[in-house]
Design a protein around this ligand. Structure first.
Ligand SMILES: Cc1cc2nc3c(=O)[nH]c(=O)nc-3n(C[C@H](O)[C@H](O)[C@H](O)COP(=O)(O)OP(=O)(O)OC[C@H]3O[C@@H](n4cnc5c(N)ncnc54)[C@H](O)[C@@H]3O)c2cc1C
Length: 289
């Protein structure tokens, strides 16, 4: 199938991209094209114009300073996976990026495109939610910054306005005694997440002092597994305690929200989710000390 006809613009700067968006109200931003081009070819969208931001260099790259990691929206999954800084300071993010799709997808797909598309089977929304990321957005009203719970609104839906551009994502570096990990039940054909569990754990002498556990693939938007977090804090991070806490996963899943398809029913996903939570928490705990 061919994409419908559209005007193509290549923006040289964020300001030019913003101006082009304001002049073409139903235009779409084009980043890596690995979600948008299939959408066009399937005729699920027919924007009059595409605004290619792919050559705006300031939107690319990873910077760490004063305990904060800033990632440009155009940074590719392959760059995230290969970053020694992320592997040391935001392990779950580098790990998840390395599990996305295949090398072609990882070399073209971008972190900004991934989260703006907000596919429930993506990997990065739950990881960024788990790690406490903030999303930096530019639009006609100026700049704004949203936390993950405000940014991700639902099935393929975010708080980004049609005239806004996601420019960067910021997250705190892992501190002393903190570790994070991502465990994924990947669809065998696409590698998309049937279930993706992201965990961040802080520990002192083997006892959990803080925990963040977020699930993707199961529901329209990332879901915080609060009952698991509560069951971990104050406990010694033994296999038994992590296994017991993981069994509380279902308490955070609303039956009406859990997604199912021909590959994995909602009931099956809900039943096996604790296994992936246990794996993510176990790996995060092993990196915390
Ligand atoms: C075969 C295949 C397998 C895949 N497997 C996985 C997987 O296992 N896990 C996973 O997470 N993903 C997977 N993906 C999706 C992949 O990660 C995409 O690259 C990603 O979801 C979209 O990024 P992109 O840069 O290609 O964005 P594009 O396709 O260019 O854009 C996607 C959407 O985001 C908007 N957008 C892009 N950038 C911005 C921005 N800076 N500001 C505002 N809006 C923006 C676009 O307008 C569009 O609506 C797979 C894709 C394919 C084709």
């Amino acid at each position: 199938m061919y994409a419908p006809e559209f005007q193509y613009y290549r923006a040289a700067s964020v300001a030019e991209a913003a101006e082009l968006l304001s002049k073409n109200p139903d235009a779409k931003i084009l980043a890596g094209g690995h979600s948008l081009i299939p959408v066009l070819k399937l005729r699920l969208a027919a924007p009059s114009a595409l605004i290619d931001i792919g050559r705006i260099e300031v939107l690319r790259g990873i910077e760490c300073s004063s305990g904060t990691i800033r990632i440009g929206a155009l940074t590719t999954h392959a760059e995230l996976a290969a970053s020694a800084e992320l592997r040391a300071r935001a392990q779950a993010l580098a790990e998840a990026a390395g599990m996305i799709g295949d090398p072609a997808v990882r070399n073209r797909g971008t972190i900004g495109g991934n989260v703006a598309h907000a596919d429930p089977a993506s990997d990065l929304p739950q990881v960024l939610s788990c790690l406490g990321a903030e999303f930096l957005i530019t639009g006609p009203q100026g700049e704004r910054r949203l936390g993950a719970s405000e940014f991700f609104e639902g099935l393929m839906s975010t708080a980004l306005g049609e005239d806004e551009i996601l420019t960067a994502i910021e997250l705190p570096e892992a501190g002393a005694g903190e570790g994070s990990a991502y465990a994924k039940f990947a669809h065998p054909a696409s590698r998309y997440a049937v279930i993706g569990a992201a965990a961040k754990v802080a520990a002192n002498n083997g006892t959990c002092t803080a925990a963040s556990v977020v699930l993707g693939g199961l529901c329209p938007a990332p879901v915080r597994a609060e009952a698991v977090e509560r069951a971990l804090v104050g406990r010694s991070l033994t296999d038994e305690a992590i296994g017991s806490a993981s069994r509380a996963t279902a308490e955070s899943l609303d039956d009406d929200e859990v997604l199912g398809d021909v590959y994995a029913s909602a009931g099956y996903r809900k039943a096996v989710a604790p296994v992936w939570v246990r794996r993510a928490v176990t790996a995060a705990a092993s990196r915390s000390g």
